[in-house]
Design a protein around this ligand. Structure first.
Ligand code: C2O
Ligand code: CU
Length: 768
C-alpha cells in the first residue's frame, strides 16, 4: 500500500484503506501529461507574444540609429542595441527549447508545427542578428566611442559616412526580420496549419519572405541615398512621426479590412442540408464504391447523396418500430416554468412537464417505448435526444438532421426499443446549449429485464479478498437506486437536479446502493467524492464494467454528458457523496438520520484505462480496421457565423467546414482523437458506443471501456473504435455545448443516406 494513502486515511476508512488502489499511480500519470502539455503550450504563446513586442521595439530602435544627433548618442544607442541582441536571444532560445522538450514527450501531432515552423521562424532571425547585425554594431560602437574628449563629443557632428554605416541594411533589417519572424510564428500558433496543408503554411511564409525582402530593399535604398550626401541632417521629428503614423495606419487598415471580410464571409448559409459536407473517407481497406466518388460534396447543396451505386435511404425511413402496442408510454410537455430550488432560490427554467430535471423515464430492457413530445410555449422549438441510447436514426431527435424542430403547439412521437441497460439522459437537441442550460433534460434509466439479484455482490467479493464482510444481510434487499443529476443553474449555482442543498436519505445498513451520476452541465468537469465507504464503478456511459475493482480514496471526474454508476453496500455509518469537493452539496446517506457530514479527504482521480478485468470484446486493438480516421481537436483564431473569435476546431475547421466521416454499414472504424487545444472536449458520437483502445499510447488493460462521451483533455491521444452498425446521419460533437454552439460539431455519415431536413437561419432548425 502506498504510504501517502495510509496517512490520508480518515479514521472511518481504516479498513477501507487496505483494499487495492490500482488507480493510484496512473492517476498521477494521467493528470501529469495533461498539465505538462497545457503549461508548454501557454509558455510558448507567452514567449511568442513577448518576442513579437520586444523585437518590434528593437527593430524600431535599429532603424532610428541614424537619427542620433551626435557621436555620443549614436555610441550609446549602438551599445543598447547590442544589449537587445542578447535580450531577444533568450525567449527565442526558450521557444526552441519548448519545441525540443515537447518532441521528447509527446506525439508528433503535438509538436511538429512547433519544431518545424515556430522554432525556425524565431531561431533563424536571431542567428541573422548575431551573424550580421552584431559585428556591424560592434564596429559602429567602436567608431563612435574612440573620440574620448567629452567636450568634443557634445559638439561633434558625425560625417555622412558614419550615418551610412548606421543605416546599413545588414545592421537594421535583421532586427526587423526578427519581429516579422516572431509575428509569423505567433500567427501559426494562433492559426495552426494542422492537419498539414501546404497552402496554409505557404501563404504566411511567402508573406513573411516578401516583407523581409521589402524591408531589406527599402533600407538598402535609404543607405544608398545617405551615401550620396555630403552632409547628413537628421530629419525633423514631425516628418518621422508622420512616416510612422502612415505605416501604422496602413497596417491597421489592412488588418481591419481582413477581419471585416472574414466576418462577413463566415455567415452560415441560410439553408444547409446536413448531408452535405466535406466528406472524408479515412485510410483503410474498405473497398466501398465510396472511394471513387467525389471527395468534396457541395456545401449547401440539397439532398446531396454520398454513394451513387448504393440505394438511397432517407433518415426518415430509419425509424424504430412504428407499429405494435408500446410497453411504456410517456408524454413530455416542454414548457417555461419558474421553479424553486431546495434553498428557496428561484430559477426561470425551460422544463419538461414543469419540473427540473424533467420526469425521470424508467423502462425495462427490451420494452417498446413511446414518448410523445408536446411543445407548449418554447418559441425556439424543442426536440428529444436520447443521449447515449443507440436508437434508430430517425428517433435520434436532432433538429435539422433527423427531424424538424417541434414548434409551439406541435407534437412529435418517438418510438424505440430500449435495448441497452444502463444510465442515460434525454435533452433537447434544438438550440441545445440554451435549452439544456435552462433545464430541458432529464434522466433515462433502462433497468435489466430480470429483476436485480440483490445479494450484495460487493460483500461477497470482499469476503473473497479476505476482508471482514461488512454486515452482509442474508435477506435479499432491494437495491436502492439514486439518480444524481448535477447541473449549474443560471443565477442559482450548482445543484443536484432542483436541490442545491445537501440531500439527506436514510438507508438500512446492508442495502446495496447504486448511484447514477449524470453530468448535465456545460463545460464543467464535475468532481464526485464518496466518503465513508469503498465502492465500485459499476458502469460508465450506461455500459456495465467487467469485475470492477474496489476503490477508496478515489474521486471521480465526470465530463459533461458522461455518466458513472457507482455501487456500494450501505455500511452502519453515514456515507456522503460530495459534489464538487464541497461539504454543502451532495447526498448524505445515514442508517438512522444521525451523524455529521464528514470532511472531504484528499483523493486521487479515477482512471478507467486499467480498471476492472479484461473481457471478450467484438474487436480489439489488433483487429483489422476497415476505416481509420484522425480527429484533431484544437483552437484557432478565426471566424464563425459573423464573429471573430477563438474557435474550437475539429481537424482545423468549424461547422460546416468540419469533415464528415464517411462509413458504410459493417465497417470496423478506428478513430484517433488528439487534443492539441488548451481546454478539454467531451467528444460525443451519436448512435454508437466506442471502445477505448488506448490512451496516450498505453493500451486499455482493464475492463472493456465503452464510451459515448469521452473526455479528451489537452495533450491527450485516444484511440477508439466502433462497428458501423446503425445506419444514418449521426452528430459527432463536443458536449461542452458552448463549444458545439460555436461550431465544434461534425457528422458520421453512412453511405447512401439522405435527409430531407436542413439547418440555417431560413429554417427553424438550430441543433446546437
Ligand atoms: Cu447529448 Cu448531441 O448530444
Ligand atoms: Cu469542446
Amino acid at each position: 500500500m502506498h504510504p501517502q494513502l495510509k496517512s490520508r486515511c480518515p479514521l472511518s476508512l481504516k479498513t477501507v484503506c487496505s483494499v487495492r488502489h490500482r488507480s493510484y499511480n496512473e492517476g498521477i500519470d494521467f493528470l501529469g501529461g495533461f498539465i505538462l502539455y497545457t503549461v508548454f503550450v501557454q509558455i510558448e504563446l507567452v514567449l511568442l507574444l513577448f518576442l513579437c513586442i520586444f523585437s518590434w521595439i528593437a527593430g524600431v530602435k535599429a532603424s532610428r540609429l541614424l537619427y542620433s544627433r551626435n557621436r555620443e548618442r549614436m555610441h550609446r544607442k549602438a551599445s543598447k542595441l547590442l544589449f537587445w541582441s542578447w535580450f531577444l536571444a533568450v525567449p527565442a532560445a526558450a521557444i526552441g527549447g519548448v519545441a525540443f522538450w515537447m518532441q521528447q514527450s509527446f506525439d508528433p501531432l503535438f509538436w511538429q508545427d512547433r519544431l518545424f515552423i515556430h522554432a525556425p521562424l524565431v531561431l533563424l532571425p536571431i542567428a541573422g542578428i548575431w551573424l550580421m547585425a552584431v559585428p556591424k554594431l560592434w564596429k559602429l560602437r567602436k567608431m563612435t566611442g574612440s573620440q574620448a574628449d567629452p567636450a568634443d563629443i557634445e559638439a561633434s557632428s558625425l560625417d555622412a559616412s558614419v550615418y551610412q554605416k548606421a543605416a546599413e541594411p545588414g545592421l537594421v533589417v535583421p532586427f526587423q526580420i526578427m519581429a516579422l519572424g516572431a509575428l509569423t510564428a505567433l500567427y501559426f500558433a494562433l492559426v495552426p496549419p494542422i492537419p498539414f496543408q501546404w497552402i496554409a503554411i505557404a501563404v504566411p511564409a511567402a508573406l513573411f519572405l516578401a516583407a523581409s525582402a521589402g524591408l531589406w530593399w527599402r533600407h538598402a535604398l535609404r543607405c544608398k541615398q545617405i551615401g550620396k550626401l555630403e552632409v547628413y541632417t537628421v530629419p525633423a521629428l514631425w516628418k518621422r512621426a508622420l512616416t510612422m503614423t502612415g505605416v501604422l495606419a496602413v497596417c491597421a487598415a489592412a488588418i481591419a479590412f481582413l477581419i471585416d471580410y472574414g466576418m462577413k464571409n463566415s455567415h452560415l448559409p441560410a439553408e444547409l442540408n446536413m448531408a452535405s459536407g466535406v466528406a472524408e473517407y479515412g485510410n483503410g481497406t474498405s473497398t466501398a464504391d465510396m472511394s471513387t466518388h467525389q471527395h468534396h460534396m457541395s456545401v449547401g447543396g440539397m439532398n446531396t447523396t454520398t454513394g451513387s451505386k448504393a440505394k438511397l435511404v432517407s433518415v426518415t425511413d430509419l425509424t424504430g418500430p412504428r407499429t405494435g402496442t408500446p410497453d411504456r408510454q410517456f408524454t413530455l410537455t416542454a414548457q417555461k416554468q419558474t421553479v424553486q430550488l431546495s434553498s428557496g432560490k428561484m430559477v426561470d427554467a425551460w422544463t419538461y412537464n414543469g419540473q427540473i430535471p424533467g420526469t425521470e423515464l424508467r423502462m425495462k430492457e427490451g420494452e417498446l417505448v413511446e414518448v410523445t413530445l408536446v411543445n407548449q410555449d418554447i418559441e425556439q422549438g424543442v426536440t428529444l435526444h436520447w443521449h447515449g441510447l443507440d436508437v434508430p436514426n430517425a428517433e435520434d431527435g436532432v433538429a435539422g438532421a433527423t427531424q424538424n424542430a417541434v414548434m409551439p403547439g406541435e407534437t412529435y412521437t418517438y418510438r424505440f426499443r430500449a435495448e441497452q441497460v444502463g444510465t442515460f439522459w434525454y435533452h433537447s437537441h434544438q438550440v441545445s446549449q440554451e435549452a439544456v442550460n435552462k433545464g430541458l433534460f432529464g434522466a433515462l434509466i433502462v433497468e435489466p429485464k430480470e429483476p436485480k439479484v440483490s445479494a450484495p455482490v460487493q460483500a461477497e467479493r470482499q469476503a473473497e479478498q479476505g476482508q471482514p464482510a461488512q454486515s452482509v444481510q442474508p435477506a435479499r434487499l432491494q437495491e436502492k437506486d439514486i439518480t444524481v443529476l448535477t447541473h449549474v443553474w443560471k443565477n442559482a449555482g450548482f445543484a443536484l437536479g432542483a436541490s442545491d442543498t445537501v440531500e439527506r436519505m436514510t438507508i438500512a445498513p446492508g442495502t446495496p446502493v447504486r448511484m447514477r451520476l449524470i453530468n448535465t452541465d456545460d463545460w464543467v468537469t464535475q468532481k464526485y467524492t464518496l466518503v465513508g465507504t469503498h465502492f465500485e464503478v459499476a458502469a460508465i456511459d450506461g455500459t456495465s464494467l467487467n469485475k470492477p475493482d474496489v476503490l477508496a480514496n478515489t474521486h471521480l471526474e465526470l465530463t459533461t454528458g458522461g455518466r458513472y454508476d457507482i455501487t456500494f453496500v450501505m455500511p452502519e455509518h453515514p456515507v456522503f457523496l460530495s459534489v464538487g469537493g464541497k461539504q454543502d452539496l451532495g447526498v448524505f446517506m445515514t442508517p438512522d438520520g444521525q451523524g455529521d457530514i464528514p470532511v472531504i479527504p484528499a483523493t486521487v482521480p479515477f482512471n478507467a484505462l486499467h480498471y476492472g478485468q479484461k473481457a471478450a470484446t467484438p474487436f480489439d486493438e489488433n483487429s483489422k480496421f476497415t476505416r481509420e480516421f484522425t480527429m484533431i481537436l484544437d483552437n484557432k483564431l478565426g471566424f464563425y457565423n459573423g464573429n471573430f473569435d477563438f474557435l474550437y476546431t475539429l481537424n482545423g475547421e468549424v461547422f460546416p467546414n468540419t469533415p464528415m466521416f464517411m462509413v458504410k454499414e459493417g465497417d470496423l472504424v478506428k478513430t484517433t482523437i488528439v487534443n492539441r487545444g488548451s481546454v478539454e472536449h467531451p467528444m460525443h458520437l451519436h448512435g454508437h458506443h466506442v471502445l477505448v483502445l488506448s490512451h496516450n499510447g498505453k493500451p486499455s488493460t482493464g475492463t472493456p471501456w465503452w464510451s459515448d462521451t469521452l473526455d479528451v483533455r489537452p495533450g491527450d491521444t485516444y484511440e477508439v473504435a466502433f462497428i458501423a452498425n446503425n445506419p444514418g446521419l449521426w452528430m459527432d460533437h463536443c458536449h461542452n455545448l458552448t463549444h458545439a454552439a460555436a461550431g465544434m460539431t461534425m457528422h458520421l455519415m453512412y453511405e447512401g443516406i439522405t435527409t430531407p431536413f436542413s439547418v440555417g437561419s431560413s429554417t427553424h432548425n438550430h441543433p446546437e
